[in-house]
Design a protein. Structure first.
Length: 412
């Protein structure tokens, strides 16, 4: 890389391996749910790395770990970088972790060139990005974005009935002070480095993705009602088969999504009732996940798909009920930050491309109160959230060097 900062591959590898010990559930697997002993130990380890690097560390009221590299100008707002270090059950060791380790390594690289920036640089290990414990994703970044409210702390509970508030208290954090975690008016800019979790960079032969927008999901549960009848005694002409109707609807989703640029649609769960080989399904429920980075395109897709489902239901004399349980708008990254990241990649001669993020990230919630950008590095085979998740140390180092350059420029 032609940039002025050089990331140390051995150090990066050592830090990745060290963090992979906490909640280790396989050779390259971790199970590190938020606010568990393993998660707390991983945060303490990250804190130790930050301290060794001379960063001043603190935890906010929600337990987000923040390490500050001092700047030269008193009172200047920091440039922040961060990601999460919790993981799903038997997840991989790169998701999120890379962003935190790269932030710390970027600070080291700056220090090794003797650089002092005007603004402070802050590295954040965000809590609870994964939904596996409390059923809602990005809780730490929702706190940073000022979106999490006091009643959410009581409403959200894990499988054992432990509320988010109790979990925070047990870990020694300050749920009543939640509002103080907001970054409103506190950050000059926020940049998250993350593994792509898709195959676009790999397919295009690129190492860096400058993210333009983060797709927002719309999710609903669909109930289709028909009539359960004997599969042998009921002629095809008089059936009200809920599953055949659902099948038509699901194929409509595929067709409509293919007609809409930059949108994706998935049915990942489907259940037929009563679920017997010799009974025509009398009811079906399935879950739909639609994502897109352009708000109007996504809204259009959602509308046309709902119309298509109604038509299919009418055509087969089926009942239809659609329950929306998530409806989040796509979040654009901030224009000036995207432009700056593009310029930096251009100046460095980096092997990069501009792209949207199909997956959700902490940055989309921080965006509520701060100017944000994201950098992606490749995920081998696009694999994510499994022990096979892998990004080469070369790519991690490459991304870290771009991140270091970005932090240095934005902080000066
Ligand atoms: Zn992640």
């Amino acid at each position: 890389m032609p940039g002025q900062f050089s990331a140390n591959r051995e150090r990066l590898q050592r830090d990745i391996d060290a963090l992979a010990r906490f909640g280790k559930s396989g050779p390259t697997a971790i199970t590190r749910l938020a606010f568990t002993d393993e998660d707390n130990a991983a945060h303490r380890y990250a804190e130790e790395l930050m301290r060794k690097e001379g960063l001043r560390t603190r935890y906010d009221a929600f337990g987000n770990l923040i390490g500050t590299r001092a700047g030269s100008e008193e009172g200047a707002k920091p440039v922040m970088t961060g990601s999460h270090i919790d993981g799903p059950p038997d997840g991989g060791i790169y998701d999120g972790v890379i962003g935190v380790i790269a932030g710390i390594e970027a600070c080291r690289a700056l220090t090794e060139t003797g650089m002092t920036t005007r603004r402070p640089i802050e590295v954040v290990a965000v809590r609870c990005e994964h939904l596996d414990r409390f059923g809602v994703s990005c809780l730490g970044s929702r706190a940073l974005g000022g979106k999490l409210k006091q009643d959410d702390l009581d409403r959200l509970k894990d499988e054992d009935g432990i509320s988010l508030r109790s979990a925070l208290k047990q870990c020694g954090f300050q749920p009543t002070e939640l509002a103080s975690a907001s970054l409103r008016d506190r950050a000059h800019a926020w940049i998250e480095l993350h593994v792509e979790q898709g195959r676009v960079l790999e397919d295009q032969g690129k190492i860096i993705g400058v993210v333009t927008a983060i797709a927002g999901p719309t999710r609903y549960k669909v109930h289709v009602g028909g009539k359960a009848d004997h599969s042998g005694a009921t002629p095809m002409s008089i059936r009200r088969d809920a599953l055949m109707g659902a099948a038509e609807m699901i194929l409509d989703l595929e067709r409509l999504t293919q007609e809409t640029a930059d949108c994706v649609g998935t049915v990942g769960v489907i259940r037929a009732f009563p679920g017997a080989v010799h009974t025509i399904p009398g009811a079906v429920e399935f879950y739909v996940d639609i994502r897109g980075v352009r708000i109007n395109d996504k809204a259009h897709l959602v509308d046309t798909f709902c119309q298509a489902m109604e038509e299919r239901a009418r055509g087969r004399d089926l009942s239809l009920k659609v329950e929306t349980f998530v409806d989040e708008p796509p979040v654009p990254c901030t224009d000036w930050v995207v432009a700056e990241l593009n310029a930096i990649c251009g100046d460095l001669g980096a092997n990069f491309m501009v792209m949207p993020s199909g997956a959700g990230h902490d940055t989309q919630h921080v965006a509520a109160v701060a100017d944000v950008g994201m950098l992606f590095i490749p995920s081998a085979g696009g694999i994510a959230h499994t022990p096979e998740e892998y990004t080469s140390i070369e790519d991690v180092a490459y991304g870290t060097e771009v991140l270091a350059e970005a932090l240095a420029r934005l902080a000066d």
